[in-house]
Design a protein around this ligand. Sequence first.
Ligand SMILES: NC(=O)c1ccc[n+]([C@@H]2O[C@H](COP(=O)([O-])OP(=O)(O)OC[C@H]3O[C@@H](n4cnc5c(N)ncnc54)[C@H](OP(=O)(O)O)[C@@H]3O)[C@@H](O)[C@H]2O)c1
Length: 328
Amino acid sequence: MSKSMRAVEISEPGGPEVLKPAERMRPVPGHGQILIELAYAGVNRPDALQRAGNYAPPPGASDLPGLEGAGTVAEIGPGVTRWAVGDQVCALLPGGGYAEYAVCHADHALPVPAGMDMKRAACLPETFFTVYSNVVMRGGLSAGERFLVHGGSSGIGTTAIQIARALGARVFATAGSDEKCAACIDLGAERAINYKTEDFAEIMKAEGGANLILDMVGGSYIARNIKALADDGRLVQIAFLESPKADLNFAQIMVRRLTVTGSTLRPQSDLTKARIAEALRREIWPMLASGRIHPVMDEEFALEDAARAHARMESSTHIGKIVLRIAG
Ligand SMILES: NC(=O)c1ccc[n+]([C@@H]2O[C@H](COP(=O)([O-])OP(=O)(O)OC[C@H]3O[C@@H](n4cnc5c(N)ncnc54)[C@H](OP(=O)(O)O)[C@@H]3O)[C@@H](O)[C@H]2O)c1
């Protein structure tokens, strides 16, 4: 195995053009880690935030972008017993996915679901960890509840619609075009709301209110989300594409017993991520193997074309996940 590898690095903070092909040293797995020879890596919004200089990698993580990928275990670090060289895995990475090799905590890898190819498996970890931990573990979604997800055609949204539907919830989604709304319906949403022509808060109120909202927009959506919630409803915030600030009447939260919460995945402890991985393996992986849930794929780019992949993501014309082909 060569000691160097192909990678794409962030040459300086900026637009997609700052993503540049580079030669890097192959990482070495530490205690409790595995080295994966990546076949594909998923592209996520947080990669673009990092590229722009707004999402620094946590201490000890690679400075290369890339939070997920799929490939073959190439080396085992000391203390790892659950994987062997040659196993096919997909993994939540602390960073470093835009490269031929990446290291991760052994407990943050999951087997490639039976019958799924590497390309699709590479797109699972970041969105599935985020959606499951926020919708199920934090948001407490249960069967029969009304669930609203904003950005329904995004990587996060397409996953959230399917998981919520599989859990027996009634699913509502917002998206910015009729084509994106149709994609949300195909995935199991009973109502897709084109936020450019319809008012999601009024629609949800007419339905009795949302029991749980997963939001990535923030800003003007925050007060409207509060309005859209049913009594005892929960709002889970996972990003602020518009703004983290809002002028809010907190009396609504008290009088209607609402919960406002949120989280970011990357800074959470190794143990928390391992617990999320275990829950996914138990509850969701069988649904992926049976085909009941599937990652929604947008476009594939070569690793060296990562800048074009980011430009596509930021154009917001995509539906589902964008992926980088690393092998070959
Ligand atoms: N908290 C966490 O741990 C965590 C982890 C992963 C991702 N995230 C966040 O989750 C979000 C989705 O991630 P992703 O990778 O799935 O990205 P993505 O596929 O690019 O999705 C972003 C979506 O947001 C919608 N959108 C953009 N601006 C909007 C606006 N002003 N109003 C309403 N909708 C808007 C776009 O759809 P339309 O065309 O329909 O507007 C787009 O589909 C990102 O903000 C990301 O940072 C958070």
